[in-house]
Design a protein. Sequence first.
Length: 346
Amino acid sequence: MRSYAFGACALFFAASSTPASAFVIRPVYDSSVTSLAYSAQIQNAFNTVAADYSKSFTSPVTVNVGVSWGKVANTALPSNAVGASQNNLYGYFNYSQVKSYLSRASQSNPSDTSLATALRYMPATITSGPTNFAITSANAKALGIISGTQTAMDAYIGFAGSASNYAFVPSSTTASLFDFQAVAAHELAEVLGRISGVDGGSWRSPLDLFRYSAPGVLSYDYNAASYFSIDGGVTRLGAFNNSASGGDRGDWLTSSTTNDVSDAFIAPGQRKNLTAVDLKALDVLGWGGSNLGNTTASPQTAAFTLISGPSVPEPSSWMMMVAGFGILGGMLRAGRRAAYRVSFAD
């Protein structure tokens, strides 16, 4: 049995226009999708997940996402990968700027008590690790850094393998099929900002402001155990991935008992949940949700019944696909690079 990791890669560009009136995710399917026999099922499933994210948040922006099969943007995916996202990144910003952007987002969305709670516990300064930040294009829209209606692509998502290996409705997932909506939900969360600079090693993302190794201690160690917290590290809401098998460090640590769309790994037959803590992690990035700012939400509390269901035991090792980052500074466009590593389950 093979299992797969989700991947992320990034680059950057800029544009401008006028504010949008509602949160919309606009997928743009290229010919690699529209030419497939399963095109209608792919588009319907992806549109369903995009619409449910849109219903969960209130930031008045339009996020443009190019969707491909067998590639992400113009980068080919291996046939045994499950999927990847490629983000346009803005940066670099300093901590004071990022905190100001989040504070402005909180003022614009008073119902987002998760972000209000998080702001109260943010440190006055960052005393270790990188102090420069990169922000995904979609998240930059939510924070008002760029126009919410710029029409250029904010990100790209690619799926790989045979479309016949996916279940496009979660209830039809069997032991030999991947839950397509779970994969789509995972990649869309990364587009919205669920990435970590720990993967790159030279910068932070806004999500890294909620990455702790102990109360009051922000974590920036690729291998160390770290967790998501919105109250200064006092309460652990989810464990970040630090698997020796790799996988994105902005994902959750995957075990035989986890079944979250933001887990680092997925296997055929698994139906993953989009959970309350997943939404909270996006709330504190400035997306304007109405999720409560409490510190007791269970990572296994399903938020979308659409992407819920029983999990099956996961193997102890995984096939991993990771794509590299092209990081931008200022208003310059960066190049692209991609790297893949593969291992197989026992």
